[in-house]
Design a protein around this ligand. Sequence first.
Ligand code: F0G
Length: 490
Amino acid sequence: MAHHPPEPFRIKMVEPIKLLNRHAREAAIHRANYNLFSLRADEIFIDLFTDSGTNAMSQAQWAAMLEGDEAYAGARSYFRLAEVIHDIFGFSYFLPTHQGRAAENILSACLVKPGDYIPSNTHFDTGYANIRDQGGHPVNFVIDEAHNPTSYHPFKGNMDIQKLRDFIQKTGVDQIPFGMITITNNAGGGQPVSMENLRAVSQTYKEFGIPFFIDACRFAENAYFIKLREPGYAGKSPLEISREMFALADGITMSAKKDGIVNIGGFIAMNNEALFEQARNKLLIREGFPTYGGLAGRDLDAMAVGLREALEEEYLAYRLGQTAYLAGRLRELEIPIIEPPGAHAVYVDAGQLLPHIPPEQFPGQSLSVELYLEGGIRAVEIGSLGFAHPNPQTSQTVHPKFELLRLALPRRVYTQSHLDYVAEILGKTAARSEQIPGYRLVHASKLMRQFTAQLEPIALNTHPLQSSLKLSTTKFNQNLEGYEKSTLPN
Ligand code: F0G
């Protein structure tokens, strides 16, 4: 039986949540064009869309916010944050940004020229889009084990050093302005990277004179995996491990909405002074003055406290334990997941669960719609809708290796019974998997299309959703009324 660790906190404030009835859920998802990004948050019961910015802050963070200094320049909040960032990450320079992608945008705007290549284990979609926006090509060199969903390799986020070396030699360093790695590897299943691998990646980039940047969003979770799984690290604290990781890099981009345990915030940090000056100029026109970088002073304070809390061992043991619990419950129900689970999410292998839906009909998206219809749960597709892209040489569509549905766990938000409910609903959905239809795109933008895409189910004639598609205006309005009143499931 899966075991849920006791939460190392108690609940002092509550936020009510409500489950709409089935008709209201059907009306909502139809109105949203089968894209869960277009739902209203109050149409959702359990929101596992993302662990980003959805965290519950601690009393210490809320208290720190009251001390926020809102001076335009040189605020005390900035210096408090600078001290924490220097202590944990150790880089010479940093700039706050409003979130991670702003840091990525600045880095790419400074360094990427059209035709350049940026290697990583697996780029996340925002970094990917920022590189492409500058005319560059993001390339992924995660180890082969990452492509085997049942392999229990302890560090499936590792990069394949040989492939990286071969690529650098073939491409030439002039076309590689910097190299990256993502810890943990979100787009690859939330898998950690070992210290040994980080060292080898760092040495490889160094050997060729390529600056090394870490996408550090989930650095504390990665550090705790190293402590648990890598020989020689059991006796080290997550803080010591983090310092060791970042000493290997030339800089980082960071979304504090993850392991900063805040609702908004991020930063970019680096050692190179010339790059810092260039980045500061980009920041000025994009984000604001360099001591606040698009954030309020109180946000900087919440981040300073959250970055330290994310490294507390009791918290990290609970955090990884909660994810392992959900994975265990799904395993008991024989739902295929990416093994072993990462820290921030469980990834359901929708491609395997729905083998009758080909990648171009988005099995992960299908499963996300069904999970919402079944129980008001929102999860996110990490598959062809978000990650299929044209091959730069042939222009043919390259599909990602997996068609996944990610159940992300916001930090310190949901309890064991919420997770039991999620497992139960997923079990019910899986039991009728062959009735689940694929989807086709009705509208899509060129970059990051998953956010605004409009879809429709393909098997209209056989699928129960037919009824909701044929809703008359009156029926639709009645359903919306149902939504206002409803508190009952189904
Ligand atoms: N890098 C990684 C690995 C991420 O997971 C994210 C965000 C970002 C960069 C961008 O940060 O949202 O603050 O601009 N991931 C969120 C998610 C959106 O749901 O996984 P941001």
